[in-house]
Design a protein around this ligand. Sequence first.
Ligand SMILES: [Zn+2]
Length: 427
Amino acid sequence: MKKKAIIFILILTVSLFTLMAREPQDEESLVLNNVHLIDGKTHKRLKNHCIVVKGDTITDIHPLGEKDITGAAFLLNLEGHYVIPGLIDAHVHISHMSAEELRMVLSWALKGGITAVRDMGGDVRKLATIRRNALLHEIESPYIYYSAIMGGPTFFTDFRVVGSTLGETPGKLPWARAITPTTDMRQVIAEAKGSGAAGIKIYANLPKEEIQRIAAEGHKQGLKIWSHATVFPARPIDAVLAGVDVVSHCGLLAWESAAELPQSYERRHEAQYDIALLKDKSYEKLFKEMVKRNTILEATVYIFLERIAKGDKKMEEFCIEVTKMAHQHGVKIAAGTDYIYKPGAPFPNVHYEMELLVDKCGLSPIQALQSATRINAEALGIEDRTGTIEKGKRADLVILSADPSADIRNVRKIRYVIKGGKLYVRQ
Ligand SMILES: [Zn+2]
């Protein structure tokens, strides 16, 4: 009898303990109740679902009414609303901003639906601090991922790289490194990784052999390799064959069919922009190779139309048509902007990039959304953590009051943004 009583007490203690251990978790949970789900992965729109978030993670997704959610600490009733994965801008430059501008831009970008950005070649001394503060939610900011820049020695007099290395010697730093055939690649990649970079940005003035060396060693040490589409004198196909993960800028693809390439990037926007050139077999070969190797094109259509082409109709047309052609061949298109915001604009530029991908380049609204979410996460190498709405993924979400699959401009109708489980109210 005595033995039975002890067992009873043990069971009671264990179940009480379990109950006590479970309760605080439930108290912390956030439930998005009765929301239409666009998961970033499929083309389906799942109506009337519940998403359970605990800490920074999505712990459950189920149809409305299937499970009891009354224990949730925080319940958002979202009838008639839509949830999409948090937007990522795959190409920003933020380290040159003043502290005040940065605080304003990052907070505004977050409330504009951006939960992560990829900075492409800035001052790592500054970016590392922002990244840490954003990670810990100490500032209102998207998560920050940044790159270390590499190029030929002649690139390191560029005023932008001089600006991101002030006080030091450009080209001789972990985050701004000049590469020559004698560079100890293992060492410089390790230093780049040690600077906190998520990837290497290959900017310019390198032959294909050096791109190959960077890509091979970078991958070996777990970094992503991000390259300008034309590195000069290397062509787009050279970067793709070297194994880079992402190539940037639709306009730079115009060099693929050129008879000769300049030795330096300064003349990068002086290609022949003629859509008749897209009939050249080299483009078909390039896009087939990109599909085969899963190379992503970060097109940056918006900045080309808005700033670089500046009314040059032939260049505009080329940028649109080459992106459309890549998409038609099945190349994954990442949504990056090269400038996160335009002062006075109501939304971050990634919205306009998505809109151009739909309006001009043949993507459906769902495909353009995937460009700015899942494909950008893939470009960053964080697709197992974010970019889609799935159980186990980080809760990076945007809640909209209208259906973005019906009109990509509905992505502007933001009510809430959730970054790593933390809720921000837009209006
Ligand atoms: Zn850039």
